[in-house]
Each structure stands twice: as structure tokens, then as C-alpha cells.
Ligand binder design. Structure first.
Ligand code: CUA
Length: 326
């Protein structure tokens, strides 16, 4: 098997620029010291001893070799830190794909409902954010062509993002030893032209979308008994809560993101919504990771009821996740 396809050597933009910059600067200073030193070693053996340079000359050298590396070092730090921080800030319009690692395969859930195993299709020229968790042990998703790697942990979500520039097939690996078949836990990252990706991701297959699977689970587990509008037990409404701040009984405010919804399903007593009794049962052990992803997709799709200003009065729709969920 060919382990590293030629595409893996493509120039990965900013990351490689930082790496090359550090390499060139360190190589320059290494040669600046090593070459004169080598010459001095050879010539010094034959030459007559010279008088030592004056104290004034020595001081000038000392200031120079202290100040210059500080400036260069700080500049490299600022450059690297800027790129590193950018890794933690995905663009708001990124396509979000849910990822579940499991011994020994990767499962991917696309926003429009398609799911796949080990192969991951993504659009070129658009930011993609992966929201990842594990069904069992610690895995790590590694995309060598994009110089991107992130641990995938059971019991929480981690994320990483990238923007592929060139359509093609790239390698996708698990880079955390996770058992006997760890080495087989690999697949292809398939970067498609954006239009092709849209066609591919929407292909119906007659299968329910992730959000529709969530709706089935919502019905199966009887969530509506409490969460439906006008239910006898008034649980917090789920409509329009996605990415909104939620005030809790203990005074904290949290954003209703994947982690919050997940905690609310598995350890509901941890974040009781202000004004509500802690009546929600835990679904720990009753929901698989895929079920939780489906329920989150369903909750995302629940828009707040229209308080509708007339539609011609400008854009009022929430653009952050418009069109992400069907
Ligand atoms: Cu999963 Cu190694």
C-alpha cells in the first residue's frame, strides 16, 4: 500500500510558511556561527597569536548578539502564535461535519444528512469544521496534507478546521495508538469542487437526514412529553436555542452549543436551566454517540417561532447556520 500519496507534499499555506521561516532563520544563524568558526579553527593553527580585541569592540559584539536574537525570536514567536491562534478560530460560515471515532473506523456525518465511513468528502475553497468525539478510547484524526491533527476523546467534543484549496485525494489517519487495528484506522479525504460536493452531500438515497433521525429519536424517547409547547411538565423549550445564551439556576450563563446539549442529555443535573426543576433523567448509556449527534442536528433545526416583522424589512434571519441543516 502506498502510504503517502504525492498530494501529501502539497504546500500547506501558512503552516508551511512558518515552518520554512523558522528553518531558514535558524539555518542562517547556524551558518553564521559555524562557517567563521571552522575557518578560525583551520587558520588559527598556522597564524601567529593576535592581540585580543579591545573591550569596546567586545561590548559592541555582545550587545549585537543579545539584541538581534531577541528581536528575531520574538518575531518568530508572534508569527507562530498568530497562526496557532487561527487554528482555534473557525470562520462562522464553516461547513460543520460531525466525526465519531470508534475502534477501528471513522464515521462522518454531513450537515445535509449523508454519512460515510473512513472516506471524508469535503468542498474545496470553503472552510470545513470537524466536531469530533469517540465511542470508546482516545483516537486522533490526522490530515498530514493539511498539517492538521486533533485528539478525539470519549465523552466530549473537540474540533478542528481547515480549508482545502486543491481537489484531489488525501490521506486521513488515526495517529493515537488505539488497539490492534490502529494502523488500519485510515481513509481518504476527498476534496471536491464545491458544486460537486453540494450535489454529493444532498444525494437523497431515500435515507433520512441526520436531523430526521434525530426527530425519530425525539419521538421514540418521548422527549415531547416535557419539551413540547404546552406540555404538562414544562421543560425548557428547544426551539431556537441553538447557539443562544442559556441562564442556569446557579446564575451561570452558557451558550447552547454541541457540548452543552450533549451534557444536558447525559448529565442534565449539571446545568439546570433557571426556573426549572431538575426533572430531566440522564440518557447516559441509552444514547449512542450517533444518536446524540442526530438529536443535536434535530435541535439545531428547530427554529424559534416567527415573531415575524414583515419580510421586506431587511434581513432578520440568523445567518450563522442558515442552510446548514435542512
Ligand atoms: Cu484510532 Cu488509532
Amino acid at each position: 500500500m502506498k502510504l503517502l500519496p504525492p498530494e501529501a507534499s502539497v504546500w500547506a499555506g501558512d503552516h508551511d510558511a512558518v515552518f520554512l521561516g523558522v528553518l531558514l532563520v535558524t539555518a542562517f544563524f547556524f551558518l553564521l556561527v559555524a562557517i567563521p568558526m571552522s575557518i578560525a579553527l583551520i587558520r588559527g593553527r598556522r597564524a601567529r597569536p593576535e592581540p585580543a580585541p579591545s573591550a569596546r569592540t567586545q561590548r559592541r559584539f555582545e550587545i549585537a548578539w543579545t539584541a538581534l536574537p531577541i528581536i528575531v525570536g520574538l518575531a518568530l514567536f508572534a508569527w507562530g502564535a498568530d497562526r496557532y491562534l487561527a487554528l482555534g478560530r473557525p470562520p462562522a460560515d464553516a461547513t460543520e461535519i460531525m466525526v465519531v471515532g470508534k475502534r477501528w473506523m471513522w464515521r462522518f456525518y454531513h450537515p445535509h444528512g449523508r454519512a460515510e465511513i473512513n472516506d471524508l468528502h469535503v468542498p474545496a475553497g470553503r472552510p470545513v469544521r470537524l466536531v469530533m468525539t469517540s465511542d470508546d478510547v482516545i483516537h486522533s484524526l490526522y490530515l498530514p496534507a493539511f498539517r492538521n491533527k486533533q485528539d478525539v476523546l470519549p465523552g466530549r467534543y473537540t474540533s478542528m478546521w481547515f480549508e482545502a484549496t486543491t481537489p484531489g485525494d488525501y490521506l486521513l489517519l488515526c495517529s493515537e495508538y488505539c488497539g490492534t487495528e490502529h494502523a488500519d484506522m485510515m481513509g481518504r479525504l476527498i476534496v471536491m469542487p464545491p458544486d460537486d460536493y453540494d450535489r454529493w452531500a444532498r444525494r437523497a438515497n431515500g435515507e433520512p437526514t441526520t436531523a430526521e433521525q434525530g426527530a425519530l429519536l425525539y419521538a421514540k424517547h418521548g422527549c415531547a412529553t416535557c419539551h413540547a409547547a404546552g406540555a404538562a411538565v414544562a421543560a425548557p423549550t428547544l426551539e431556537g436555542i441553538w447557539q443562544r445564551p442559556v441562564t442556569l439556576e446557579d446564575g451561570r450563563t452558557v451558550i447552547a452549543d454541541e457540548d452543552y446539549l450533549r451534557r444536558s442529555l447525559l448529565t442534565p443535573a449539571a446545568d439546570v436551566v433557571a426556573g426549572h426543576a431538575p426533572l430531566m433523567p440522564s440518557y447516559q448509556g441509552r444514547l449512542a454517540e450517533d444518536d446524540i449527534i442526530a438529536l443535536i442536528a434535530w435541535i439545531r433545526a428547530q427554529r424559534a417561532p416567527e415573531v415575524s416583522p414583515p419580510p421586506d424589512e431587511g434581513i432578520t434571519a440568523d445567518a450563522t447556520d442558515a442552510g446548514v441543516m435542512p
